[in-house]
Design a binder for this molecule. Structure first.
Ligand code: SF4
Length: 341
Protein backbone atom coordinates (compact mmCIF):
# COMPACT_ATOMS: atom_id res chain seq x y z
CA UNK A 1 0.00 0.00 0.00
CA UNK A 2 1.36 3.47 -0.88
CA UNK A 3 0.26 6.09 1.63
CA UNK A 4 0.48 9.68 0.50
CA UNK A 5 2.11 12.26 2.78
CA UNK A 6 0.24 15.34 4.04
CA UNK A 7 2.29 17.64 1.75
CA UNK A 8 1.18 15.80 -1.41
CA UNK A 9 -1.47 17.73 -3.30
CA UNK A 10 -1.19 16.36 -6.85
CA UNK A 11 -1.08 12.72 -7.96
CA UNK A 12 -0.79 12.11 -11.69
CA UNK A 13 -0.94 8.95 -13.77
CA UNK A 14 0.53 9.62 -17.23
CA UNK A 15 -1.44 6.76 -18.78
CA UNK A 16 0.25 7.21 -22.16
CA UNK A 17 2.31 9.91 -23.83
CA UNK A 18 0.71 9.09 -27.20
CA UNK A 19 -1.66 11.66 -28.62
CA UNK A 20 -4.04 12.02 -31.55
CA UNK A 21 -3.20 15.72 -31.99
CA UNK A 22 0.09 17.28 -32.96
CA UNK A 23 0.43 20.69 -31.30
CA UNK A 24 3.65 22.45 -32.27
CA UNK A 25 4.32 23.47 -28.66
CA UNK A 26 3.78 20.00 -27.19
CA UNK A 27 6.37 18.99 -24.59
CA UNK A 28 5.91 15.24 -25.07
CA UNK A 29 7.61 13.11 -27.65
CA UNK A 30 4.76 11.02 -28.92
CA UNK A 31 6.75 7.87 -29.50
CA UNK A 32 6.58 7.39 -25.78
CA UNK A 33 8.29 10.43 -24.32
CA UNK A 34 11.85 11.40 -23.62
CA UNK A 35 12.52 8.90 -20.89
CA UNK A 36 11.03 6.01 -22.79
CA UNK A 37 13.61 6.45 -25.54
CA UNK A 38 16.27 5.54 -23.02
CA UNK A 39 14.54 2.69 -21.20
CA UNK A 40 13.25 0.13 -23.67
CA UNK A 41 10.73 -1.46 -21.34
CA UNK A 42 7.08 -2.03 -21.98
CA UNK A 43 4.46 0.54 -20.98
CA UNK A 44 1.83 -0.31 -18.37
CA UNK A 45 -1.33 -2.06 -19.52
CA UNK A 46 -4.69 -1.04 -18.10
CA UNK A 47 -4.47 -4.03 -15.75
CA UNK A 48 -1.19 -2.75 -14.33
CA UNK A 49 -2.70 0.72 -13.93
CA UNK A 50 -5.59 -0.83 -11.98
CA UNK A 51 -3.10 -2.61 -9.72
CA UNK A 52 -1.14 0.64 -9.29
CA UNK A 53 -4.24 2.71 -8.43
CA UNK A 54 -5.43 0.10 -5.95
CA UNK A 55 -2.12 0.35 -4.11
CA UNK A 56 -2.73 4.03 -3.32
CA UNK A 57 -4.20 5.21 -0.07
CA UNK A 58 -5.48 8.69 -0.93
CA UNK A 59 -7.04 11.42 1.17
CA UNK A 60 -10.67 12.20 0.28
CA UNK A 61 -9.64 15.53 -1.26
CA UNK A 62 -6.92 14.01 -3.44
CA UNK A 63 -7.89 12.41 -6.77
CA UNK A 64 -5.67 10.66 -9.30
CA UNK A 65 -5.32 13.05 -12.23
CA UNK A 66 -5.24 11.15 -15.53
CA UNK A 67 -3.01 12.86 -18.01
CA UNK A 68 -0.86 12.24 -21.07
CA UNK A 69 -0.46 12.61 -24.05
CA UNK A 70 -4.12 11.82 -24.40
CA UNK A 71 -5.02 9.50 -21.51
CA UNK A 72 -8.19 8.13 -23.13
CA UNK A 73 -5.96 6.48 -25.77
CA UNK A 74 -4.84 3.89 -23.22
CA UNK A 75 -6.21 0.54 -24.43
CA UNK A 76 -8.82 -0.43 -21.83
CA UNK A 77 -9.15 3.13 -20.45
CA UNK A 78 -12.85 2.52 -19.80
CA UNK A 79 -12.18 -0.74 -17.92
CA UNK A 80 -9.53 1.04 -15.85
CA UNK A 81 -12.01 3.74 -14.79
CA UNK A 82 -14.62 1.13 -13.88
CA UNK A 83 -12.49 -1.42 -12.05
CA UNK A 84 -10.31 0.64 -9.71
CA UNK A 85 -11.57 0.46 -6.10
CA UNK A 86 -14.63 2.64 -5.72
CA UNK A 87 -13.28 5.09 -3.11
CA UNK A 88 -10.70 6.48 -5.56
CA UNK A 89 -11.76 9.65 -7.36
CA UNK A 90 -10.25 10.73 -10.64
CA UNK A 91 -9.73 13.93 -12.62
CA UNK A 92 -9.20 13.80 -16.36
CA UNK A 93 -7.15 16.14 -18.56
CA UNK A 94 -8.12 15.50 -22.17
CA UNK A 95 -8.24 17.00 -25.66
CA UNK A 96 -11.71 15.39 -26.01
CA UNK A 97 -11.03 13.74 -29.36
CA UNK A 98 -12.88 10.64 -28.16
CA UNK A 99 -16.32 9.45 -29.26
CA UNK A 100 -18.60 11.17 -26.76
CA UNK A 101 -21.31 8.48 -26.97
CA UNK A 102 -18.73 5.79 -26.17
CA UNK A 103 -17.51 7.87 -23.22
CA UNK A 104 -20.97 8.41 -21.76
CA UNK A 105 -21.86 4.73 -22.17
CA UNK A 106 -18.67 3.27 -20.70
CA UNK A 107 -17.18 5.69 -18.17
CA UNK A 108 -18.82 5.89 -14.71
CA UNK A 109 -19.91 9.41 -13.73
CA UNK A 110 -19.29 8.52 -10.08
CA UNK A 111 -15.55 8.30 -10.72
CA UNK A 112 -15.34 11.94 -11.83
CA UNK A 113 -17.70 13.74 -9.46
CA UNK A 114 -15.63 15.00 -6.55
CA UNK A 115 -16.33 18.43 -5.07
CA UNK A 116 -13.74 20.99 -6.23
CA UNK A 117 -13.66 24.63 -7.36
CA UNK A 118 -12.98 23.42 -10.91
CA UNK A 119 -14.41 20.65 -13.07
CA UNK A 120 -12.94 17.15 -12.63
CA UNK A 121 -12.91 16.73 -16.43
CA UNK A 122 -10.78 19.50 -17.90
CA UNK A 123 -10.60 19.83 -21.66
CA UNK A 124 -7.74 21.62 -23.40
CA UNK A 125 -8.65 23.75 -26.38
CA UNK A 126 -5.77 23.88 -28.89
CA UNK A 127 -6.45 26.39 -31.72
CA UNK A 128 -5.97 24.74 -35.11
CA UNK A 129 -6.02 21.24 -33.60
CA UNK A 130 -9.40 20.61 -31.97
CA UNK A 131 -12.50 22.59 -32.92
CA UNK A 132 -14.27 24.63 -30.25
CA UNK A 133 -17.72 23.89 -31.76
CA UNK A 134 -17.02 20.16 -31.36
CA UNK A 135 -15.83 20.64 -27.78
CA UNK A 136 -18.96 22.63 -26.94
CA UNK A 137 -21.22 19.96 -28.44
CA UNK A 138 -19.49 17.16 -26.51
CA UNK A 139 -19.31 19.13 -23.27
CA UNK A 140 -23.05 19.79 -23.32
CA UNK A 141 -23.79 16.13 -24.03
CA UNK A 142 -21.56 15.02 -21.19
CA UNK A 143 -23.05 17.55 -18.79
CA UNK A 144 -26.52 16.25 -19.66
CA UNK A 145 -25.23 12.79 -18.74
CA UNK A 146 -24.09 14.07 -15.32
CA UNK A 147 -20.37 14.79 -15.86
CA UNK A 148 -18.80 18.11 -14.77
CA UNK A 149 -16.69 19.45 -17.62
CA UNK A 150 -14.65 22.63 -18.05
CA UNK A 151 -12.72 23.87 -21.07
CA UNK A 152 -9.34 25.55 -20.75
CA UNK A 153 -7.45 27.72 -23.21
CA UNK A 154 -3.99 29.24 -22.90
CA UNK A 155 -3.61 33.01 -23.11
CA UNK A 156 -0.76 33.24 -25.58
CA UNK A 157 1.75 36.12 -25.64
CA UNK A 158 0.63 37.19 -29.10
CA UNK A 159 -2.54 39.12 -29.93
CA UNK A 160 -3.09 37.38 -33.28
CA UNK A 161 -2.72 33.91 -31.82
CA UNK A 162 -5.07 34.87 -29.01
CA UNK A 163 -7.98 35.75 -31.30
CA UNK A 164 -9.14 32.12 -31.56
CA UNK A 165 -8.78 31.58 -27.81
CA UNK A 166 -10.87 34.65 -26.93
CA UNK A 167 -13.49 33.70 -29.53
CA UNK A 168 -13.68 30.22 -27.99
CA UNK A 169 -14.09 31.77 -24.56
CA UNK A 170 -16.95 33.98 -25.79
CA UNK A 171 -18.75 31.04 -27.44
CA UNK A 172 -18.43 28.88 -24.32
CA UNK A 173 -19.62 31.57 -21.93
CA UNK A 174 -22.65 32.16 -24.18
CA UNK A 175 -23.49 28.46 -23.84
CA UNK A 176 -23.00 28.58 -20.06
CA UNK A 177 -19.85 26.43 -20.25
CA UNK A 178 -17.06 26.87 -17.71
CA UNK A 179 -14.20 28.23 -19.85
CA UNK A 180 -11.00 29.37 -18.17
CA UNK A 181 -7.79 30.91 -19.39
CA UNK A 182 -4.43 29.65 -18.23
CA UNK A 183 -1.27 31.65 -18.17
CA UNK A 184 1.31 30.91 -20.88
CA UNK A 185 4.47 29.59 -19.23
CA UNK A 186 7.66 29.53 -21.20
CA UNK A 187 9.72 31.28 -23.85
CA UNK A 188 8.25 33.06 -26.85
CA UNK A 189 10.30 35.17 -29.27
CA UNK A 190 13.25 35.16 -26.89
CA UNK A 191 11.25 36.38 -23.90
CA UNK A 192 10.09 34.38 -20.89
CA UNK A 193 6.38 34.62 -20.01
CA UNK A 194 4.63 33.40 -16.88
CA UNK A 195 4.90 33.64 -13.13
CA UNK A 196 7.77 31.60 -11.75
CA UNK A 197 9.06 31.29 -8.23
CA UNK A 198 12.60 30.90 -9.60
CA UNK A 199 12.56 32.74 -12.97
CA UNK A 200 16.14 31.71 -13.93
CA UNK A 201 15.23 28.06 -13.69
CA UNK A 202 13.34 27.99 -16.99
CA UNK A 203 16.27 29.57 -18.86
CA UNK A 204 18.76 27.03 -17.52
CA UNK A 205 20.46 29.75 -15.47
CA UNK A 206 19.70 28.20 -12.10
CA UNK A 207 21.38 24.92 -11.34
CA UNK A 208 19.70 24.42 -7.98
CA UNK A 209 16.26 25.38 -6.67
CA UNK A 210 15.18 24.95 -3.08
CA UNK A 211 11.67 23.80 -3.87
CA UNK A 212 9.74 21.21 -1.92
CA UNK A 213 7.84 18.95 -4.22
CA UNK A 214 4.17 18.27 -3.53
CA UNK A 215 3.67 16.00 -6.52
CA UNK A 216 3.71 12.30 -7.17
CA UNK A 217 3.97 11.66 -10.90
CA UNK A 218 3.79 8.19 -12.39
CA UNK A 219 5.06 7.82 -15.97
CA UNK A 220 3.68 5.34 -18.57
CA UNK A 221 6.08 2.65 -17.30
CA UNK A 222 5.02 3.10 -13.68
CA UNK A 223 8.14 4.98 -12.62
CA UNK A 224 7.58 7.58 -9.92
CA UNK A 225 8.98 11.10 -10.15
CA UNK A 226 8.83 13.92 -7.63
CA UNK A 227 8.44 16.75 -10.15
CA UNK A 228 7.81 17.48 -13.83
CA UNK A 229 11.39 18.61 -14.38
CA UNK A 230 12.74 15.20 -13.33
CA UNK A 231 10.18 13.43 -15.50
CA UNK A 232 10.74 15.42 -18.68
CA UNK A 233 14.52 15.62 -18.32
CA UNK A 234 14.85 11.86 -17.99
CA UNK A 235 16.34 11.95 -14.48
CA UNK A 236 16.38 8.82 -12.38
CA UNK A 237 12.98 7.96 -10.90
CA UNK A 238 12.93 7.09 -7.24
CA UNK A 239 10.76 3.96 -7.43
CA UNK A 240 8.27 2.07 -9.52
CA UNK A 241 4.70 2.07 -8.28
CA UNK A 242 4.50 -1.71 -8.69
CA UNK A 243 7.76 -2.37 -6.87
CA UNK A 244 7.45 -5.70 -5.14
CA UNK A 245 8.04 -6.31 -1.50
CA UNK A 246 11.18 -8.46 -1.65
CA UNK A 247 14.53 -8.07 0.10
CA UNK A 248 18.07 -7.60 -1.15
CA UNK A 249 18.73 -11.19 -0.11
CA UNK A 250 15.81 -12.42 -2.28
CA UNK A 251 17.13 -10.38 -5.22
CA UNK A 252 20.66 -11.71 -4.68
CA UNK A 253 19.41 -15.31 -4.82
CA UNK A 254 17.11 -14.84 -7.84
CA UNK A 255 19.75 -12.99 -9.85
CA UNK A 256 22.35 -15.57 -8.86
CA UNK A 257 20.09 -18.23 -10.38
CA UNK A 258 20.04 -16.16 -13.58
CA UNK A 259 23.84 -16.02 -13.69
CA UNK A 260 24.05 -12.42 -12.47
CA UNK A 261 26.23 -11.72 -9.45
CA UNK A 262 25.30 -8.74 -7.28
CA UNK A 263 25.53 -8.03 -3.56
CA UNK A 264 22.72 -7.34 -1.16
CA UNK A 265 23.20 -3.91 0.34
CA UNK A 266 21.60 -1.73 3.00
CA UNK A 267 19.80 1.47 1.91
CA UNK A 268 19.42 4.83 3.67
CA UNK A 269 16.82 4.43 6.42
CA UNK A 270 17.20 0.65 6.27
CA UNK A 271 14.56 -1.31 8.18
CA UNK A 272 15.88 -4.82 7.50
CA UNK A 273 18.85 -6.62 9.05
CA UNK A 274 22.25 -6.26 7.27
CA UNK A 275 22.00 -9.98 6.44
CA UNK A 276 18.73 -9.39 4.56
CA UNK A 277 18.77 -5.70 3.43
CA UNK A 278 16.39 -3.72 1.19
CA UNK A 279 18.87 -2.88 -1.54
CA UNK A 280 21.45 -4.35 -3.86
CA UNK A 281 24.83 -3.16 -5.11
CA UNK A 282 25.74 -3.78 -8.72
CA UNK A 283 29.37 -3.67 -9.83
CA UNK A 284 30.48 -3.07 -13.40
CA UNK A 285 34.22 -3.87 -13.34
CA UNK A 286 33.83 -7.58 -14.13
CA UNK A 287 31.98 -6.68 -17.33
CA UNK A 288 34.01 -3.67 -18.48
CA UNK A 289 37.20 -5.74 -18.10
CA UNK A 290 35.66 -8.22 -20.56
CA UNK A 291 35.13 -5.35 -22.99
CA UNK A 292 31.37 -4.89 -22.59
CA UNK A 293 29.98 -1.48 -23.46
CA UNK A 294 26.71 0.53 -23.18
CA UNK A 295 24.75 -1.86 -25.41
CA UNK A 296 25.55 -4.91 -23.29
CA UNK A 297 24.95 -3.00 -20.04
CA UNK A 298 21.52 -1.90 -21.22
CA UNK A 299 20.65 -5.48 -22.11
CA UNK A 300 21.87 -6.82 -18.76
CA UNK A 301 20.06 -4.05 -16.83
CA UNK A 302 16.83 -5.03 -18.55
CA UNK A 303 17.47 -8.71 -17.73
CA UNK A 304 17.96 -7.74 -14.07
CA UNK A 305 14.65 -5.89 -14.17
CA UNK A 306 12.93 -8.87 -15.84
CA UNK A 307 14.16 -11.24 -13.14
CA UNK A 308 13.14 -8.89 -10.32
CA UNK A 309 9.75 -8.16 -11.89
CA UNK A 310 8.90 -11.86 -11.61
CA UNK A 311 11.22 -12.91 -8.80
CA UNK A 312 9.79 -16.40 -8.19
CA UNK A 313 9.93 -17.43 -11.83
CA UNK A 314 12.76 -20.00 -11.79
CA UNK A 315 12.12 -20.98 -15.41
CA UNK A 316 12.77 -17.39 -16.50
CA UNK A 317 15.92 -17.28 -14.35
CA UNK A 318 17.25 -20.44 -16.05
CA UNK A 319 16.43 -19.03 -19.50
CA UNK A 320 18.19 -15.74 -18.79
CA UNK A 321 21.21 -17.63 -17.44
CA UNK A 322 21.56 -19.41 -20.79
CA UNK A 323 21.15 -16.14 -22.73
CA UNK A 324 23.80 -14.43 -20.65
CA UNK A 325 26.16 -17.40 -20.99
CA UNK A 326 25.88 -16.97 -24.74
CA UNK A 327 26.55 -13.24 -24.43
CA UNK A 328 29.59 -13.84 -22.20
CA UNK A 329 31.10 -16.18 -24.78
CA UNK A 330 31.58 -13.16 -27.05
CA UNK A 331 33.51 -11.37 -24.31
CA UNK A 332 36.20 -13.76 -23.22
CA UNK A 333 38.64 -12.62 -20.49
CA UNK A 334 42.19 -12.43 -21.81
CA UNK A 335 44.63 -13.32 -19.06
CA UNK A 336 48.11 -11.89 -19.49
CA UNK A 337 50.73 -14.46 -18.75
CA UNK A 338 53.89 -12.99 -17.30
CA UNK A 339 56.76 -15.20 -18.21
CA UNK A 340 59.90 -14.80 -16.20
CA UNK A 341 63.05 -15.24 -18.11
S1 SF4 B 1 -3.20 17.75 -27.13
FE1 SF4 B 1 -1.62 17.96 -25.52
S2 SF4 B 1 -0.45 16.04 -25.63
FE2 SF4 B 1 -1.63 16.23 -27.54
S3 SF4 B 1 -0.25 17.21 -29.00
FE3 SF4 B 1 -1.46 18.83 -28.05
S4 SF4 B 1 -0.23 19.53 -26.31
FE4 SF4 B 1 0.58 17.53 -26.93
Amino acid sequence: MVKLKSHHNYVVFFLTLSCNLNCSYCINLHNGGSRYKQAKRKQFTYKEWIEAANKLQLRDDLPITLQGGEPTLLKGFDIFTREVKSEIKMDLLTNMMFDVNWFIKNIPVSRFNREAPYAPIRVSYHPGQNKIEDLIYKTKKMEDAGFRVGIFGIELPDENLNKDVFKAQELCLKEGIDFRLKEFLGEYNGKIYGTFKYPGSVMGKLKYCKCKTTELLVDPNGYIFKCHSDLYNGRTPYANILDKDFSGKDADEALGNAGITINKNTVPGETRSPFVTSGIRVGSAALTSRGMKEKEFELIANKIADVLDDINNTELQAKIKEELKELAQNFVIIINQHIRS
